[in-house]
Design a protein around this ligand. Structure first.
Ligand SMILES: NC(=O)c1ccc[n+]([C@@H]2O[C@H](COP(=O)([O-])OP(=O)(O)OC[C@H]3O[C@@H](n4cnc5c(N)ncnc54)[C@H](O)[C@@H]3O)[C@@H](O)[C@H]2O)c1
Length: 447
């Protein structure tokens, strides 16, 4: 077994957020500052509150993940980023109305101190947004170069050891993978020729990878998920991960669907409806941005249910996802799922799920985990697509020759076994050494 050597998490880790002034980003930042000041604890964060089992169940050894793997402390994070409005994070958090006045006032000084750098933006890619705080350049290559300069100066000014870039910006219009995305050379030429299939989110991804900085994509945009940038990341020893934070309805879908398949219950239809009133909801009200989100939300069921293997159960179900912009609800999204299933002798049954959630409250801890794990991956010399982080994404990036893993519990097992492997510990296979008579001594450790 190859031994991994992990560089220590010493010094400061810079976190550059694209969409710094959005609801998710400001809720994330507010939470970090509140936690640092002792007003709260990191609820929802795997890296901060999750445990990992070591050895046999009877060993009763469950260290905290943050004590098991060397992660950067949240006290050592330094924040910056880009947006298209010249506002402090306090002003934007007040606008987003995710958090109440009292919670924001506790950390107003910290939020007021953070302002974005000018973003790279073009309304062609996000129809419902306007902004005048944007970079200018003669072509996309020049704009990307300006983003690289931002990363360099952020690193230098703040004396950072390492940097991570995370996209928590808006969902762009749907872009299909084309020739220009396939090869490094074609992508480079595409940037110089202002190819319309190269969107701003791809420029941020390319700039990060060129600077040797991990890039995480929290939206469904194609962004870093194109062969040219993935190949560039692998060659440049940079970890990348995406797409689309798995926070609400899809999180539930990837728990319920594996259960139906495990019990061999059939599916006639799955109707997922949402009402949402924040700026993300407004952006997704544009059919072209919605298509990007729809693709991401629809992909999970077929991959989990495998209709090609279970024809009688899953080859004819109707799957519909709707997102309706409804301003009164703000960030408090309501998701309804109606699931029509059938069992023994084909008798029908229904399952109804009504999730009254808070979008940014669910996404904020995921941002923290992704940032810390991406930094861990970089310090462990991992490069290219980080599939072990699939548990955090609706539409996990994967290599071209395999299907993605969507089942939440398998995803978590992959993540934890990756952490065990990184720390040179044996994976846990859940084989039962009492139930199966065998002579392979090493299995006895994995009960
Ligand atoms: N639970 C969740 O909230 C959740 C789950 C999955 C994915 N997402 C995705 O996360 C992203 C952020 O969600 P949100 O609710 O914070 O949205 P938001 O509209 O509040 O924030 C997005 C921010 O991105 C900025 N922006 C857009 N294009 C930019 C560009 N090219 N450069 C720099 N800044 C840019 C906008 O000005 C805005 O401040 C969206 O893509 C959303 O679909 C959110």
């Amino acid at each position: 077994m190859e031994n991994y050597e992990i560089q220590k998490a010493d010094g400061k880790l810079g976190v550059l957020i694209v969409g710094l002034n959005g609801a998710v980003s400001t809720t994330f930042l507010a939470g970090i500052f509140a936690i640092r000041k002792g007003f709260s604890i990191p609820i929802g964060s795997l890296t901060q509150m999750g445990t990992i089992r070591m050895g046999k169940r009877s060993d009763n050894n469950f260290p905290l993940i943050k004590d098991f793997v060397p992660l950067t402390s949240i006290d050592d994070l330094v924040f910056g980023g880009w947006d298209i409005r010249d506002e402090t994070c306090y002003e934007s958090a007040t606008y987003a109305k995710v958090l109440n006045e009292k919670d924001l006032n506790n950390i107003s000084e910290e939020l007021n101190a953070i302002k974005p750098m000018k973003g790279v933006f073009d309304q062609y890619y996000v129809k419902r947004l306007t902004g005048d705080y944007i970079k200018e350049g003669k072509n996309k290559y020049e704009l990307m170069t300006k983003l690289r300069e931002d990363i360099k100066s952020f690193r230098q000014i703040n004396s950072l050891e390492r940097v991570v870039v995370i996209w928590a910006g808006s969902t762009e219009v749907f872009i299909a993978q084309k020739e220009v995305h396939n090869k490094y050379e074609s992508f480079l030429n595409g940037m110089k020729n202002n190819d319309p299939d190269i969107s701003p989110s791809m420029l941020y991804a390319y700039a990060a990878v060129a600077e040797g900085v991990p890039f995480i994509n929290g939206s469904p945009n194609l962004s870093v998920d194109v062969p040219a940038i993935v190949e560039f990341a692998t060659d440049n020893s940079v970890p990348v991960a995406g797409k689309d934070f798995k926070t609400g309805q899809t999180l539930i879908k990837t728990v319920i669907a594996p259960m139906l398949k495990m019990r061999l219950l059939g599916l006639n239809g799955w109707f997922s409806n949402n009402i949402l009133g924040n700026r993300d909801g407004e952006v997704l009200d544009d059919p072209e941005s919605f298509k990007t989100k729809e693709e991401s939300k629809l992909s999970v069921l077929d991959t989990i249910l495998q209709p090609e293997l279970y024809k009688e159960l899953y080859s004819e179900y109707y799957h519909k996802v709707r997102i309706n912009y409804y301003p009164p609800r703000g960030d408090n999204k309501e998701g309804w799922d109606n699931i029509d299933i059938f069992g023994w002798l084909g008798y029908p049954m229904e399952l109804k799920i009504n999730f009254l959630c808070r979008d940014s409250i669910l996404a904020a801890p995921i941002m923290l985990d992704l940032i810390l794990f991406a930094d861990l991956a970089k310090r462990s010399n991992m490069k290219g697509i980080q599939e072990w982080m699939s548990v955090f994404f609706k539409s996990p990036m994967h290599s071209e020759n395999i299907v993605p893993e969507h089942d939440l519990f398998i995803q978590m097992m992959k993540l934890k076994n990756t952490l065990r492997r990184l720390m040179n510990k044996a994976p846990i296979t859940h084989l039962d050494s009492n139930g199966v008579k065998h002579n392979i001594e090493e299995y006895e450790n994995y009960d």
